[in-house]
Design a protein around this ligand. Sequence first.
Ligand code: ADP
Length: 830
Amino acid sequence: MRATAESGEAWSAERLFAGPGESQERFRKTDWSATPLGPVESWPAELRMAVRTVLPSEVPMLLWWGPQLVQLFNDAIIPVLGDKYPAAVAQPAPECWHEVWDEVGARVERAMAGTATFAEEELLFMQRHGYEEETYWTFSYSPIRDESGEVAGVFVATTDVTSRVLGERRLEALSRLGTVAITDSGMSVIETCRNALDALEPSHQDIPLAALFLDSRVVDPDDPQPNWKQLAAIGTKPDFSGSLLGPDEDQLLSKAARASEPFVVSGVAERSPDLLDPQRTLGDHPIGTILLVPLTASGHDFPLGVLAVGLSPYRVFDAAYSTFVELVATKISGLLRDASAMDAERRRADAFAALDAAKTRFLESISHEFRTPLTLLLGPLQSMLDEATTLTDAQRQSLEASQRAAIRLRRLVDALLEATRAETDPSRKPLRPTDPAALTAECVDLFTDAAQRAGLDLRSRIADAAAEQTRLDPQTWAHIVLNLLSNAIKYTPSGSIDVDLDVEDDLLVLKVADTGLGIPESELGRIFERFHRVESVGGRSQEGIGLGLSLVSDWVHTLGGSVTVSSELGHGSTFTVSVPRVLDPTSESPAGTVPGNLSAMYIGEAQQWDRVTFDEDESSTQGEDVESLPRILVIEDNADMRDYLTQLLRRQSWHVDAVGDSDAALERIRSRPPHLVLSDIMLPGRDGVELLGKIRRDPATSRLPVILLTARAGAEATIGGLRTGADDYITKPFHPDELSARVRVNLELSWLREQMLAARERESDQLKTALETRSTLSKAVGLMMATFKCDADAAFDKLVAFSQHRNVKVREIAEQIVGDYTASLSNSSG
Ligand code: ADP
């Protein structure tokens, strides 16, 4: 090292390090003569120049000078030196940075050889805070030449970019977690746990080890003994089989789940030194601490689980690290909450599906079960009607009624079967060449009689184009038309029904319009739902289970079409069915007739609605004084049931009137008061309960005995209520003898009640007379006592003697005496 005496004197340590700041002060106090650089005064001009460049700078810079690379630096470096400072002052660089010299030494050598080098975000494991720390640096080494042109030192500009690098990669980890989607796989929670930890797989520097423990109730809400289940883990050695947290794992987890702060488990390195997968470690240091973070979620009254995170031994657990782990836990909690909600939703849906499947199976098997006995009923009934020659009219009528009832039952059973089939197998029906015009016309014809009897004008307008051979399932089409027609008649008290079949572009459009009761607007949206009925609208019959329109909708869909309804309450409804019209000009003859079983099914039912309300037949009571018989009024909308009840009651020699609805019943009660009313509850318009109310409120009929008939099984609650108003109720089906007996008992009770009331009236009349008599007698006795100047006994004896003498009652004599006296008083006063 060369230095001139003058320049050396001029550049003392005091002068060279004259600036402010901690490092300058240190350098001023440093005994440079004890360092390889020698006293400041001897330093070459290049070194002084370099010092004067580096020291005032706010950019972290170092200067390594001479063969020993003696170190000088500015204040900006002090924070990154950690506990290397102040030893780093004038320390040879290889000594100061010994733990990273393997990585940086070669670069320094290159700089000393004259080539500047640059490194960006270089990972260096540094010892500056008492542990081996993962750090990142961006730096440049530039050679500094002396006046001879030799490299005399290295100029180091460096930045500790650790927090930026860590911040970025942690953000990346969180965004990876953010992309984890909740799988709808049947085991969302378990899969989500796995996926969440998979997303953390690349974050081995921050999360070398992680495990997710779940409260077993998240997976099985009914778990009688909740416990902890480890669902996923990353970072453990493939052959690690022990429990992550040691023998007290369950207690630790329960404690951690209850804790409000993350729970620290230390001593992991001592307990399981080789826990960690070597692939995921940054070096040889084992994991010392595992952090347990509770995974809480709103809406759950217990933590869903615990996230265990093995902390990196190469990073201190500072605020940034802790925030990162907390954010990871929060994200995972959110995922688990959503996944467990998804699982709960699926469990609910599965339970509903199972219930639905059970219901479908039940309906299917019960419908099949019903069909066998129905077939056994219908077959023999038909044979009997066809073959028996000795039937009386009455017998034939009751057989026909039985047949109609059985057909109606079969239609209900078939509808149920159809509905369950449509649910389990909504596939399309095979199509075949069909003449929609002929088929529709025949459906209308089938209802002509029923419409006529009901007083309705049934019209049809079928476009010629509709007669072209089209691919359809004729049975399905007939079902649709018959169903809509049957509803139109059922719900149209008067007016007309128009059936319109037309072709619009490539659609076949059927319109069934009626001028009937209409459908309330609020009900229009639900009218095609299974089992949905519009309550209390009336109609020809209250019978029905709300399946017809839902089946129409199913059938239309199997034909690839749609059905809509427009309606105005009180004015009528129009149902419009549109199905694709695929022409099929094959030589095969088209189907155009309604299958026989279908017509029997629909027409049989319609026949019941409008057979005239019972035509009074007094045959069974011929020769008797009809007026003296108990008179019973039957109210029932089903004609067969009405007839059956009438006949049953007539056999008891009662006089029976029968009507089909409440209004007719009230009319009849007024015009010809019955002794007892037997009414169905389900009636079109005003139902049986309302009728009962009307009867009870009218003083003229309030004591009229009323028996209600109900078909609703399980309606005990309603019946409980009815009991207060009705004298009795009978559930259908009933035994005929029971019905007669109950009617008889109620008639007798009513008769007795009336008798008692009459007797009470009579008694009170007699009492009144007695009281009056007593007062007349005492008045007469008083007058006699005054006239004859005698006492009361003598006066009464005289009264008795008068009565015997005149041969009239004592009361009459007394009345006469009182009368005469009153008359004489008025004469004398007049
Ligand atoms: P149901 O067998 O009970 O008649 P549907 O499914 O055929 O069942 O009909 C459901 C409901 O829609 C009925 O309860 C009735 O109130 C209403 N409805 C159906 N067709 C008509 C119509 N043409 N006019 C008025 N209301 C109707």
